[in-house]
Design a protein around this ligand. Structure first.
Ligand code: F6P
Length: 327
């Protein structure tokens, strides 16, 4: 790897609270190590459309640490998924004299980074940022803690009305492929059932658990449904339940994109700051083709190839915890 002087920074895929904190850390670490940060707008689309800003300095990223979203903007870029799109992106980077890239995003974004790295031997380093927490090689991703807290607050509010009316609520949360948010927030709010993609669920199981809750003297029930669970959407589940058990009135709340917004929690701000510095320090040490992460509270790195090869696994013990304390 030749000497790296100009480092492009982009955010890609679904935004996550804390991405701005990561941008700020990357920019300031670049300046600290006497490198030039380059802002790239709209993720990989910005590489294709040459949306590069070389006039970025420590002050450009002031007062963003506490803000959700991403000031660099994000996208899911179909063109970058094609070999031709990546060829153009790489050419634009080289023409602009950008020597390396920091990619802040989730699985799809890291997979794009890996392709760029592998095909062109172009120095790329990933920072895991997704509310889903589903990336292999790190215990936590940027945005997960904030999103879990947002869901917890929402469910606490729904619990108030659910218990006032003796109702059954199905609350759908994000998690296309992973149940981290559902399990975490479900445990934190005392959900009667938590449906996650990693586990087989049946309507019967849900109903049995609700009946058990009723027998135990509970008058309302909260079921947290991860969007990627194996039994379909919360609306679909509610129809199924009402068909089989007409005595139940089921209410559905889909929390949707509210989960992606808001000011990042202290945990996400610190994690993102730590990841941003680690990413630049790795590039300074001429390490690339990796994703920075955190394992057992320590900085860690894993190859991009490994990071995208599988998902972060749910701790099965947490499923037991949820079951044991929801009686
Ligand atoms: O960021 C990941 C994620 O939150 C998934 O859990 C969810 O399915 C998806 O983003 C939604 O993305 P979009 O904003 O493209 O609808």
């Amino acid at each position: 790897m030749d000497r790296i002087q100009k480092i492009g920074i982009l955010t890609s895929g679904g935004d996550a609270p804390g991405m701005n904190a990561a941008i700020r850390a990357c920019v300031r670490a670049c300046i600290y190590y006497k490198l030039q940060p380059v802002a790239i707008s709209e993720g990989y689309r910005g590489l294709i459309n040459k949306k590069f800003n070389f006039d970025i300095n420590a002050r450009s990223v002031a007062n963003i640490l506490n803000r959700g979203g991403t000031i660099f903007k994000s996208s899911r870029c179909a063109e970058f998924m094609t070999p031709e799109g990546r060829e153009l992106a790489h050419k634009n980077l080289v023409d602009a004299g950008i020597d390396a890239l920091v990619i802040i995003g989730g699985n799809g974004s890291l997979s794009g980074a890996n392709k760029l790295y592998k095909t062109f031997n172009y120095p790329c380093i990933g920072i895991p940022a997704t509310i889903d927490n589903d990336i292999f090689g790190t215990d936590y991703t940027i945005g997960y803690d904030t999103a879990s807290n947002t869901v917890m607050d929402a469910i606490d509010k729904i619990r108030d009305t659910a218990s006032s009316h003796n109702r059954l609520f199905l609350i759908e949360v994000m998690g296309r492929d992973a149940g981290f948010i559902a399990l975490n927030a479900g445990i934190a709010t005392g959900a009667e059932q938590i449906l996650i993609p990693e586990q087989e669920n049946t309507i019967e199981r849900i109903i049995n658990s609700i009946k058990k809750s009723n027998r135990a003297g509970k008058t309302s029930s909260i079921v947290v449904v991860a969007e990627g669970n194996q039994s379909g959407s919360a609306f679909n589940l509610s129809h199924e339940i009402e068909k089989k058990f007409p005595e139940y009135t089921v209410k559905v709340t889909v929390l949707g994109h509210i989960q992606r917004g808001g000011n990042p929690s202290i945990q996400d701000r610190v994690l993102a700051s730590r990841f941003g510095v680690a990413a630049i320090e790795n590039l300074v040490k001429k390490v690339s083709g990796v994703m920075v992460g955190i394992k057992n509270q320590q900085d860690s790195i894993v190859s991009l190839e490994d990071a995208i090869s599988s998902n972060n696994a749910i701790d099965k013990k947490m499923i037991d915890v949820a079951n044991i304390i929801s009686i």
